[in-house]
Every structure is written in structure tokens, then in C-alpha cells.
Design a protein around this ligand. Structure first.
Ligand code: FAD
Ligand code: NAD
Length: 473
């Protein structure tokens, strides 16, 4: 039986980072991964690299170029006579990026001497994992470790009333693989995936209808940004129906008939393809043998404390399989923290400063609290808002939709939240994260020199606006 200091189960952004960091710290490390890609090859990288963050952003970028070439360039005096779409080439580009990155992890494993054990891992005791290779003939193998890190991620939450058939009804993975642009695309769930995949296919020419069960659009986002972004996305062509509850889906020969209800009554929608994106659930299938007494909560998450320690002292769990936002960067930081704590370091994570991004265009990004959350907690705060239509760079880019909002504590002026709707919000939000991590005040940002002309000046102006002294408004 092979013996390791650390065995990680799962090689997504939580698991592969944990494995690399553990190996960097001199621990003999193995990582078990079962993923088989569409070419039938074992690969590393998990959901994020194979069917999540990376392929979705590749298609978001390509589709945005296509849309801009068709609709936006004329404002710059550029006229394109014929703009055609080669979807195969777009998908091939996406697949190439995925391949480059997943092979990159393989190289990093080799460089850091992390042993990749291919197959399905099952925890059979507090220190042992049984690995079943996909080749039945190989038989199971058992490895022993002083420390085990579970990083098995998440899978799409199924809707029993709308089973995925991987043809006409698909989940987010299927929505990355359409071989032609559906004329009419339905999406159940108007969350992050619904908006990102809806944006991709709408830009490429689909008539997209999003059926969202909640009455509030993006209920977890700043209310002003939720209102303004809803208006913008509808203008872009996304038909977003709020408070829409799907009653039935009928598969016809060539299309699908969806019956749904909202507060105005019953409606029928016909689409060519349907994407179900109603959240994800922790993945613990076949993971834990009955003899192992690992505590899970009622939603199926592995229960952990702030340091990702489970109910068993030498077993840790990180990433989507534990509480907190299902975000790649959150999982990676947890993986790093756990590896460092196993090596005797005093690592920790500040969960209050994890940034969120929705990669629509314009992008939505935020860190910290929303006004709604602060009101609910009876916290006193001040707000500064700066609209992008008053920002020189935004105008130069023909990107004047959006705003920046800075929220600070009323007495100390400490920044409690930064919310951005605008171009490159995903990059700009790091200023807010940095500020909050160092407990900066709005006044601190107001006194920092920001380059001109940049969109970041809108953060500067929003910070000035907290004290009612924005200069360009
Ligand atoms: P995963 O990435 O799910 O990896 C878990 C790995 O464990 C998998 O490879 C799985 O095969 C393996 N595994 C599971 N069980 C076993 C077992 N028993 N034995 C062996 N191996 C096992 N997040 C962002 O931060 N930014 C984004 O832009 C973003 N975009 C997304 C877009 C889409 C379409 C989707 C679906 C998700 C997106 N996410 C994004 C979320 C992000 O992908 C996840 O938060 C992240 O992948 C979680 O990392 P993880 O390592 O915890 O789990
Ligand atoms: P989500 O939680 O963002 O959105 C799901 C939406 O579906 C919600 O608005 C919910 O109200 C709605 N819903 C639930 N049941 C419904 C029903 N029966 N009918 C209609 N609507 C229903 O989940 P998601 O979009 O599936 O994404 C899953 C997770 O993946 C996200 O929470 C996020 O953590 C991660 N992700 C992140 C990014 C990013 O960081 N940019 C991108 C994609 C995914």
C-alpha cells in the first residue's frame, strides 16, 4: 500500500492548488482525480477548467467580439460589410484553451512531484482512500495518508420535473457545446450561469428567454445595480421573465413546449433548446464509506469550521463541497490555507473580502456588503455613487452604461462594500478587495491618485461622493 503525507481527492481549483501547495511545503502528496474529458482522456482541472469558468469565459469573449463587430463598431466610424460566424472555430478555440490549461496543471504536478492517481476515490477509513480506476481490470488500489483533503466540488442541481437529456434539454456543460446556434433558447434559472450562457447565445443570434422563479432579479446583488443591469440586459435582447414557475416541458419532434406561470397567469413558450441552470449541489456521491463518521449538514455539504477542518481531525474539506460561495478563487484559497496549516503554518482566510463577478457585458462585480444586508443588520452607513456616463475613459470607449458604488461605515468611514456595474468590473473590483482587506476608509481611496483617463477614476469619484464631494458630477 502506498503511503503519503497528504492525499487530496479532487483536482479542481480547490484540490489541485491544495496538492501543489502541500508539495511545495515538502509534503509527499498525491491527488486523486476521476474526470474523463470528451476525448475520453483523464484530465485535471475539475469543473472550473473543463466545463466552468474557463470555457464559459472563452465563449463570452468570442461572442462579445462578434456582437461588437455587428452592432457597436459603427459608433466608432467602423463599418464591416459582412460579418459571419464560424461556430466550429469558436468552439475549437475554447477547447484549445481548456486543453492548454488542463495540461498545464499536469505539468505543474510533475514539476512539484505531486502523484496523480487516476480514478474514483472513496474514503474507507480516517486514513485510507480506495481508488477505483475506470478500467475494471486494474482492480481497486488503497492509499494511506496522514492527512486527507476532500475537494470533490459540485454538480448541477437537477430539477426532477425537467430531466436533462443532453440533446434538447441540457445543463451548463451542454450549453457550452451547442453545434449550431439555437433559434430559440430557453433558460430555466436567471442566476449567474443563466445570464452568462444567455449572453453568449443571445450575442450569437439566439432569441433567449430566461425563466427565473424569484420576483427579484439577482437578489444577492446591490439593488440599484440589479435594477440597472436588468434594464441593460433586456435592451441587449435577453427576455427575462421574473416570478416564472415552470409547470411542464413537453418534447416535440423538433422543439420543446414549456408551460409556465407567473403572477399574470399561465403562458406557453416554444424553444429549440432548453438550459437548466438552477444552482449546483455539493458532490459527495460514493465518496464516504458507512464506517467513516464524517459529519455532513442537511444540504449535503461536508461540515467544516473556519479552517476547513471536518469532524475528523486529520480530514479537511475545501471548495464547492463546503459552505460559502461556489467560486473557484474561494476554493483555491481554502486549498492553500489547509495545505499550509497541515505544514504547521498559521494560515487563515478573510471570508468577508471574497470578490464576486458576473461576466455579462457590462460586468457586475462586488465585494463586501450590500445596502440591503447593512439595513437588515441595522448598521449605519454612507453611500457614494458615480455613474460611468460622467467618466472620460468610459465615454472614449463608448461604454457609458453602469456605475460604481462605495459604502462606508458612518462613524469610522471604513469601507463596507464596493459594487461595480461596468466594463472590466472583474479587474477593477480588486481595488475594493485590497481596500477592505487593509480596512481602508472611503477617504483613503479618495486620497489615492488614480491614473487618468481610466474607469478606476469612477471608484475614486464614488469614494469622494461618500463625503458628498465628487468632482466630476
Ligand atoms: P470542482 O472544480 O468541481 O472539482 C472537483 C473535482 O473533483 C472534479 O474534477 C471531480 O471529477 C473530482 N471528483 C469528485 N469526486 C471525486 C472522487 N470521489 N474521486 C476522484 N475525483 C473526484 N467560479 C468562478 O470563480 N468564476 C467563474 O467565472 C466561474 N464560472 C463558472 C461557469 C460555469 C458554467 C460553472 C458550472 C461554474 C463556474 N464557476 C465559476 C464555479 C467554479 O467552477 C467552481 O466554484 C469551482 O470549480 C469549484 O472548485 P472545486 O475544486 O471545489 O470543485
Ligand atoms: P445561481 O444560484 O447563481 O442561480 C440559480 C437561479 O435559479 C437563481 O436565481 C434561482 O432563483 C433560480 N431558480 C432556482 N430554482 C428555479 C426553478 N425551479 N425555476 C426557475 N428558476 C429557478 O446558480 P447557477 O447560475 O446555476 O450557478 C451555480 C453556481 O456556480 C453559482 O452560484 C456560482 O457560485 C457558480 N458560478 C459562478 C460564476 C462566476 O463566478 N462568474 C459563473 C457561473 C457559475
Amino acid at each position: 500500500m502506498s503511503k503519503f503525507d497528504v492525499v487530496v481527492i479532487g483536482a479542481g481549483p480547490a484540490g489541485y492548488v491544495a496538492a501543489i501547495r502541500a508539495a511545495q511545503l515538502g509534503l509527499k502528496t498525491a491527488c486523486i482525480e476521476q474526470w474523463i474529458n470528451k476525448e475520453n482522456k483523464p484530465v485535471l482541472g475539475g469543473t472550473c477548467l473543463n466545463v466552468g469558468c474557463i470555457p464559459s469565459k472563452a465563449l463570452l469573449d468570442s461572442s462579445e467580439h462578434y456582437y461588437q463587430a455587428q452592432h457597436d463598431l459603427s459608433a466608432h466610424g467602423i463599418h464591416i460589410k459582412e460579418c459571419t460566424l464560424e461556430l466550429d472555430a469558436m468552439v475549437k478555440r475554447k477547447d484549445g484553451i481548456v486543453q492548454k490549461l488542463t495540461q498545464g496543471i499536469e505539468m505543474l504536478f510533475k514539476k512539484n512531484e505531486v502523484t496523480w492517481l487516476k480514478g474514483h476515490g472513496r474514503l474507507i477509513s480516517n486514513k485510507q482512500v480506495k481508488i477505483q480506476s475506470r478500467h475494471e481490470s486494474h482492480g481497486p488500489m488503497i492509499v494511506e495518508a496522514d492527512h486527507i483533503i476532500i475537494a470533490t466540488g459540485s454538480v448541477p442541481r437537477p430539477l426532477p420535473t425537467i430531466p436533462i437529456d443532453r440533446n434538447m434539454i441540457v445543463d451548463s456543460t451542454g450549453a457550452l457545446e451547442f453545434r449550431e446556434v439555437p433559434n430559440r433558447l430557453g433558460i430555466v434559472g436567471g442566476g449567474v450561469i443563466g445570464l452568462e450562457m444567455g449572453s453568449v447565445w443571445s450575442r450569437l443570434g439566439s432569441e433567449v428567454t430566461i425563466l427565473e422563479a424569484m420576483e427579484d432579479f439577482l437578489f444577492f446583488v446591490d439593488e440599484q445595480i440589479s435594477r440597472e443591469s436588468l434594464r441593460t440586459f433586456k435592451k441587449q435582447g435577453l427576455d427575462i421573465k421574473l416570478g416564472a414557475l415552470v409547470r411542464s416541458v413537453e418534447e416535440n419532434k423538433k422543439d420543446l413546449t414549456i408551460e409556465y406561470e407567473d403572477k399574470e397567469g399561465s403562458h406557453t413558450l416554444t424553444v429549440d433548446r432548453l438550459v437548466v441552470a438552477v444552482g449546483r449541489k455539493p458532490n459527495t456521491e460514493g465518496l464516504i464509506a458507512d464506517e467513516v463518521d464524517l459529519y455532513m449538514d442537511e444540504s449535503g455539504y461536508i461540515h467544516v469550521d473556519e479552517y476547513c477542518s471536518t469532524s475528523i481531525p486529520n480530514i479537511y474539506a475545501v471548495g464547492d463541497v463546503v459552505r460559502g460561495p461556489m467560486l473557484a478563487h474561494k476554493g483555491s484559497e481554502e486549498g492553500t490555507m489547509v495545505a499550509e496549516r497541515i505544514a504547521g503554518h498559521k494560515a487563515q482566510i478573510n471570508y468577508e473580502t471574497i470578490p464576486w463577478v458576473v461576466y455579462t457585458w457590462p460586468e457586475i462585480a462586488w465585494v463586501g456588503k450590500t445596502e440591503k444586508e447593512l439595513k437588515a443588520a441595522a448598521k449605519e452607513y454612507r453611500v457614494g455613487v458615480f455613474p460611468l456616463k460622467a467618466n472620460g475613459r468610459a465615454l472614449a470607449m463608448e461604454e457609458q452604461t453602469g456605475l460604481v458604488k462605495v459604502i462606508s461605515e458612518v462613524h469610522t468611514d471604513e469601507i463596507l462594500g464596493v459594487h461595480i456595474f461596468g466594463p472590466f468590473a472583474s479587474e477593477l473590483i480588486t481595488e475594493g478587495v485590497f481596500a477592505m482587506e487593509y480596512k481602508a476608509s472611503a477617504e483613503d481611496i479618495a486620497r489615492i491618485v488614480h491614473a487618468h483617463p481610466t474607469i478606476s477614476e469612477a471608484i475614486h469619484e464614488a469614494a469622494l461622493a461618500v463625503d458628498d464631494r465628487a468632482l466630476h458630477m
